[in-house]
Design a protein around this ligand. Sequence first.
Ligand code: FMN
Length: 200
Amino acid sequence: MKNKVLVINGTVSPIEKSYSIELTNQFVDEYKKLNKEDEIIYLDLNKEEMAQKTLTRENMSNYFNENDAIKYINQLKEVNKVIISSPMNNFNVSALIKNYLDHVLLADHSFSYKYAKKDGSVGLLDHLKVQILTTQGAPLGWYPFGDHTAFLKGTFEFVGAKVNEPILFAGTKVDPISKMNPKEAISTINDTIKNVVAKF
Ligand SMILES: Cc1cc2nc3c(=O)[nH]c(=O)nc-3n(C[C@H](O)[C@H](O)[C@H](O)COP(=O)(O)O)c2cc1C
């Protein structure tokens, strides 16, 4: 079966210096080797007006409009797989990713019955398989209260998606990774990437 794979990128790093973009590129390269027919669709949130818009009291009534919300929810409905990459920014996903999620997490479109009872919500994107690729400056465990990887996993599971084993590349701001360029750094986890790709 030919899949449509949406690749969402939410880093604010310059492209050539970005570990999360390099991680995504190496993941997609390995994925294409196993899934030659699949269509890859790229969504760089830096280029989407929607992802610059934060929900406020002023814009609440028009926030979930056709162009900013429905269009992107429909895109999620039209693909089979999502690869989403985010660095940690102040202990969470980047604001671009948060703004994207704020638009697409819409009751009766991507989930329903959120408040009926705990765990009683129904995810409406249960056709999706999702791969989470995250980076962070600090090594794993330095700030346990900040876990953007778990946040993304829980969020996509909430809308019914099946989430593959995430890859977190931690410690990008710390020696020895900080001394490597993104290509060298991400190449050190090539085996992990291959293993995870095989399950996606
Ligand atoms: C505004 C900003 C906030 C950041 N906050 C954190 C943080 O809270 N924790 C952390 O470990 N790294 C933090 N970092 C470091 C980035 O997560 C890290 O450099 C990441 O690799 C950058 O994205 P990239 O992987 O696309 O290059 C922050 C970076 C920026 C620019």
